[in-house]
Ligand binder design. Structure first.
Ligand SMILES: [Zn+2]
Ligand SMILES: [Zn+2]
Length: 341
């Protein structure tokens, strides 16, 4: 099969992904071999390529995979050959630890990320345990479904972790791939609530999209919204929005941080944290890590019902480096997807 392989960490501008011919993997017992038709391109891949996250090396990246079952391994009977399936960031978890048994397999110490600790979808084929693949609703094309498997599923988990109730006020800090999906979910699930979107000053395109998707108020991070926030989600790589978010929270409110890492550079904003203004009165702060299978299983049909149809820009497998360079420069319209034949 053809695959894009990362052999060593390097700046994306050096185009470190190499297109190679390699043996097609074979499904072990309980696994399925999937012929990949689309794989989303995510910022996490830039972190892996440039060394901010540590994947196994060499690795085939990609954790937003849509394809068809080519061959079930021994004992795998959940899907038929030809069924369309999705594979998300959770490639496996141990199934035995307290987290796994308590429905928090996203926190398992043996959590394996697709395209990180296990090979992913920047290839014509991939293998995964049948228990970690999901049916894809008819509503979506392969390319449309791909971005839902990362930005959508994690956004779903973040929204769930806020404990938002209908009628309450939700604040979204940063308005990229995940937030633009979350606002659609929030408006659908909590029709009597209000959603306030905070962006960097001058992010006109993000603000226009937020308005189109029904934001009740749009402002710059640090501005005072029309009412206190019962819940907030921070989607940014910065620290400032955490401080601004805590300040804008209502008593007893919760801020969920949906970011795999935070940049070091503006960490000094945290010095503005003040106990009485930002934390007192039972304000909570919580991060969201990975996803569970249940998140993916609940989110995909919900996305089809709403419906949430992502805008995608397609690239060929050969163009993976170029797609990632454009992603880094912020030049992708919607979500980038590798279309693989
Ligand atoms: Zn991702
Ligand atoms: Zn476990």
């Amino acid at each position: 099969m053809k695959a894009q392989i990362l052999k060593q960490v390097a700046p994306i501008d050096d185009m470190p992904l190499e297109l190679v011919d390699m043996p097609t993997p074979q499904p072990k017992p309980g696994e399925i071999l999937v012929k990949v038709s689309a794989c989303g391109v995510c910022h996490t891949e830039l972190d892996e390529i440039e060394g901010r996250l540590k994947p196994k090396l060499p690795v085939i990246l990609g954790h937003e995979i849509v394809g068809r079952v080519e061959k079930p391994g021994a004992g795998a009977n959940r899907f038929n050959t030809g069924d369309r399936v999705g594979i998300a960031w959770i490639h496996s978890a141990c199934g035995k630890c307290n987290f796994c048994r308590g429905g928090e397999e996203n926190l398992c110490p043996d959590f394996q990320g697709t395209g990180c600790q296990a090979d992913g979808g920047y290839a014509q084929y991939t293998v995964v345990s049948e228990d970690f693949a999901y049916p894809i609703p008819e509503r979506f094309t392969d390319s449309q479904a791909a971005p839902l498997l990362c930005a959508g599923a994690i956004g779903y988990r973040a929204l769930k972790l806020t404990n938002l109730q209908d009628g309450q006020a939700l604040g979204l800090f940063g308005f990229g791939a995940s937030a633009h999906i979350v606002i659609q979910m929030a408006k659908y699930k909590y029709p009597n609530g209000r959603v306030f979107v905070f962006t960097r000053p001058g992010q006109k395109e993000h603000q226009a999209l937020a308005e189109k998707l029904g934001a009740d108020w749009i402002g710059a991070t640090g501005e005072t919204p029309p009412q206190k926030l019962n819940c907030a989600i921070d989607f940014t790589p910065a620290w400032g929005p955490i401080v601004a978010g805590l300040k804008a929270l209502e008593n007893g409110g919760r801020l969920v941080i949906n970011a795999i890492r935070k940049e070091e550079k503006d960490k000094k904003s945290l010095l503005e944290l003040d106990y009485s203004g930002h934390l007192w009165c039972e304000k909570e702060i919580k991060s969201v890590a990975n996803i569970t299978r249940q998140d993916a299983r609940e989110f995909l049909p919900l996305a089809a019902r709403i419906p949430i149809i992502p805008e995608v820009q397609e690239f060929k497998l050969q163009e993976a480096n170029q797609a990632l360079i454009l992603l880094k420069k912020g030049k992708i319209q919607g979500a980038a997807v590798l279309k693989i034949d």
